[in-house]
Design a protein around this ligand. Structure first.
Ligand code: HMG
Length: 387
């Protein structure tokens, strides 16, 4: 029996910042951002969207009458949680009209949380093949105005269903992982922006990748020749390129060309959205599915990295039922219909914060189906506009 990713949907708001504008405002060469960082645009998230609404707007595309009653768990990976006690997943249960006999759990380990969800879901579906698990990665990446990390901001959500006989990716059972207590990136409870040791975080990312890649090869006897493509956690797309380059000499010249071409396919969407923390690897996987010429049976390697730190290398093969046409069209239409913000508009949206008292938010600039309309008695008020 094959188990893996059956559906993979994405949501981010339409508003974005062009990074050439950011480069001019911060007195940097645009090529530093476009080539040195590998980003072109970044999603700007309005105050009327949070991890819950981003997730609901993504998940509503893949939860419907055909699978709603099969969903046994919601595993919600996020580091942008809205409550220290209650999980974001339980809000999603209500917003998506999921059944009552369901587990709803939030998972946190920086950008790794959604991968924990995928792996737990894989194990669960193996024991319960008639069930599905909804896995979420939803975040808002914030470093602050005028910081080195600013160019790597972004946000959004991915929603995946993990099932038996999946239509996208059959997950392999072998996986290699590693944890170590490291201060490369963190966000204390009292801060809305992350703290980061930028260069150090890049080095730890590469060290973790090399360690788990080696461990995976020892476990499986597979080598780079067994892979058609790799998808990476992409905090900014140059990071994935650096990781790929670290192992590329293991491949012959023809394979190197194919891996590089497929890496380009895997970063098309992330380049335009920015970092979305937990969802980033899976947006890259979606980008690879939609923009590379993949064939059933081909093997993809996935590297998940969450600062602090946890890394995992795992793999899967393209399903016989694989078809990316509808998703490709959705992304084309989405990017064509986005609204570019000026620097002043971006700084205004970025600086708007939720107060810690009752408030009614202006929803006129947010056309999403699920929105945060305000706070009442210390409770976030969510609205489903149902269109
Ligand atoms: P910086 O100091 O602005 O940039 O910080 P830089 O001076 O190091 O330059 C960046 C690159 O641009 C360099 O290339 C330059 O040479 C190049 P590299 O040496 O890296 O190959 N460059 C140019 N290229 C072309 N034309 C030019 C030009 N000028 C310069 N004219 C940094 C960059 C990424 C450190 C910063 O943005 C940052 O701190 N970002 C946030 C941290 C981050 O994303 N870390 C990644 C690994 S950790 C991770 O992935 C986990 C994370 O997602 C969080 C989580 O797990 O929750 C972050």
């Amino acid at each position: 029996m094959q188990i893996g990713i059956d559906q993979l949907a994405f949501y981010t708001p339409k508003t974005y910042l062009d990074l050439v504008d950011l480069a001019h405002a911060r007195h940097q060469e645009p090529d530093k951002y476009r080539i040195g960082i590998g980003q072109s645009q970044q999603a700007v998230i309005p105050v009327t969207q949070d991890a819950v609404t981003l997730a609901a707007n993504a998940a509503v595309k893949i939860v419907n009458a055909t699978n709603r009653d099969q969903i046994a768990m919601v595993l919600f990976g996020t580091e942008s949680g809205i409550d220290n006690s209650k999980s974001a997943a339980v809000y999603l249960q209500r917003l998506l009209h999921l059944p009552g006999n369901i587990r709803t759990i939030e998972l946190k380990q920086a950008c790794y949380g959604a991968t924990a969800g995928v792996q737990f879901a894989h194990d669960y579906v193996r024991l319960h093949p008639d069930k599905q698990v909804l896995v979420i990665g939803a975040d808002i990446a914030r470093y602050g105005l005028n910081t080195p990390g600013e160019v790597t901001q972004g946000g959004g959500a991915v929603a995946m269903t993990i099932s038996a006989e999946p239509r996208l990716l059959n997950l392999d059972n072998e996986t290699a992982f590693k944890s170590e207590d490291i201060m490369d990136f963190w966000r204390p409870l009292y801060r809305t922006e992350a703290l980061v040791d930028g260069r150090f975080s890049e080095n730890v990312y590469i060290d973790f990748f090399k360690a788990v890649w080696q461990n995976y090869q020892q476990q499986t006897d597979r080598t780079i020749a067994d892979f058609t493509a790799f998808a990476f956690h992409l905090p900014f797309t140059k990071m994935g390129l650096k990781a790929l380059r670290a192992i590329l000499p293991e491949a012959n010249e023809m394979q190197q060309k194919q891996l590089m071409a497929n890496f380009e396919a895997s970063r098309v969407y992330n380049r335009q959205v920015g970092n979305l923390y937990t969802g980033s690897l899976y947006l890259s996987l979606r980008s690879l599915f939609d923009n590379a010429a993949l064939k059933p049976g081909q093997r993809i390697g996935l590297f998940s990295y969450g600062s602090g730190a946890e890394g995992e290398f795992f793999s899967g093969t393209i399903s016989d039922q694989f078809d990316a046409q509808a998703s490709r069209q959705w992304f084309t239409d989405f990017f064509d219909g986005r609204q570019q913000l000026t620097m002043a508009q971006y700084e205004q949206v970025f600086s708007q914060k939720l107060p810690d008292h009752d408030v009614l938010l202006d929803l006129s600039h947010d056309d999403a189906r699920f929105v945060l309309s305000g706070i009442k008695h210390d409770q976030r008020q969510y609205v489903d506009r149902g269109h």
